[in-house]
Design a protein around this ligand. Structure first.
Ligand code: G1P
Length: 271
């Protein structure tokens, strides 16, 4: 059973400057709703019961968003406005599920994952990267189904343009298990066009085994001075851990760059 999800939120969001000079990118509104709420709804609708936010001191705004109780109470007492009451109820529902841990130095996704170690209870957990929105179909739900069936780790996958492989984690595929699931034989973080094993990319949804916490401290710093989760996954694959690429049915939206953010907002407003 997958009951816990982790969300790395300590990233600086430099691709979204100047907005991110004063604002957390995960709170940027997409059609009137912060990006992170789409991610939270995906978790809740896939049966997740507890969500661990990995933030930093610079991103305390995210915690504040869920902890403005006295502000809401004051407004509600004064105005008794139904919309505010409902919004507050929704925030309270999210707040009950969220725990916060800190990653104050931006040392990469694997380092962020390690910070959540003390809270992870089960053999497997879900990780969602908030820059990657997947709309129309619940990707996490489909991945959890696949995990249950194959008893394996699962990552969301998408075919990308060959010219763009150096933007992604790219995997080498093995046996096809069914229409949407394939065994992963190897995975490389941001390879060059020439060294890429395919044009199949990992998108930001992962069902990871708890044993990944043993691998991460041994990893060397990779591209950009960061420790990548892809490198930890690679080690696990070499140790015969079963990893599956799940081709998701929904639509992928990149919210991490300015161009992507603008296009995603337009796309979401059409839903
Ligand atoms: C991260 C992962 C990468 C993955 C991508 C999906 O990269 O490291 O393997 O393909 O997310 O969006 P980032 O977007 O942090 O550069």
């Amino acid at each position: 059973m997958i009951r816990q999800a982790i969300i790395p939120l300590a990233g600086l969001g430099t691709r979204l400057l100047p907005l991110t000079s004063v604002f957390a990118k995960e709170l940027l509104p997409m059609n009137g709703k912060p990006n992170i709420e789409y991610i939270l709804d995906e978790c809740i609708n896939s049966g997740i019961k507890e969500i661990i936010f990995i933030i930093s001191k610079k991103k305390l705004m995210i915690k504040k968003y869920f902890y403005s109780d006295s502000f809401y109470k004051k407004i509600i007492k004064k105005k008794k406005d139904l919309r505010t009451i409902n919004e507050y109820k929704k925030i309270l529902k999210y707040k009950k599920m969220i725990k916060f841990v800190y990653q104050n130095k931006p040392l990469g996704t694997a380092d962020a994952v390690l910070k959540s170690k003390k809270y992870i209870k089960d053999k497997y957990f879900l990780m969602l990267l908030p820059d990657d929105l997947i709309i129309k179909k619940n990707c996490s739900k489909a991945m959890i189904k696949s995990h249950k069936f194959h008893k394996a780790s699962v990552m969301a996958s998408m075919k990308v343009n060959k010219k763009t492989v150096s933007r992604w984690g790219i995997y080498k595929f093995g046996k096809k298990l069914n229409k949407n699931d394939t065994i992963i034989k190897d995975v490389i973080e941001k390879p060059s066009v020439n060294s890429a094993p395919s044009n199949k990319a990992i998108i930001g949804r992962y069902i990871l085994p708890k044993k990944i916490f043993k691998i991460i401290p041994k990893l060397k710093t990779g591209a950009g001075g960061e420790i990548h989760i892809t490198d930890a996954i690679r080690e696990l694959i070499f140790k015969n851990e079963k990893f599956i690429a799940h081709n998701f049915a929904g639509k992928y939206l990149d919210c991490g760059s300015m161009d992507g953010y603008i296009k995603s907002s337009i796309e979401i407003s059409k839903l």
